[in-house]
Design a protein around this ligand. Structure first.
Ligand code: SF4
Length: 84
């Protein structure tokens, strides 16, 4: 049986709980550029999301989560799926 507290998602959630909030909580839709079919809009959304991630206090833990969980969608720690 898997210990829930040791799952990649739970480790990231613990880090978020410690800092209180993270930038993507305010606008989660910006972190899924796949949902924006128009290229210019998608590129803009990616830039905004990356900037927000660069100021995030749990960026390192977020990157670890995305790699361990093999997140196939979205921006995590400023990375697109092909960058992690
Ligand atoms: S680094 Fe991760 S937790 Fe932080 S804003 Fe970006 S996606 Fe959200």
């Amino acid at each position: 049986m898997t210990n829930r507290r040791h799952t990649p998602h739970q480790k990231l959630q613990d880090s978020i709980n410690q800092v209180g909030s993270v930038p993507c909580m305010a606008a989660p839709q910006l972190f899924f550029p796949e949902d924006f079919p128009e290229k210019d809009t998608r590129d803009h959304v990616i830039r905004v999301a990356r900037n927000l991630c660069n100021g995030c206090p749990v960026k390192e833990q977020c990157f670890t989560y995305a790699v361990e969980a093999q997140e196939p969608y979205g921006i995590w720690a400023g990375t697109l799926p092909g960058e992690r």
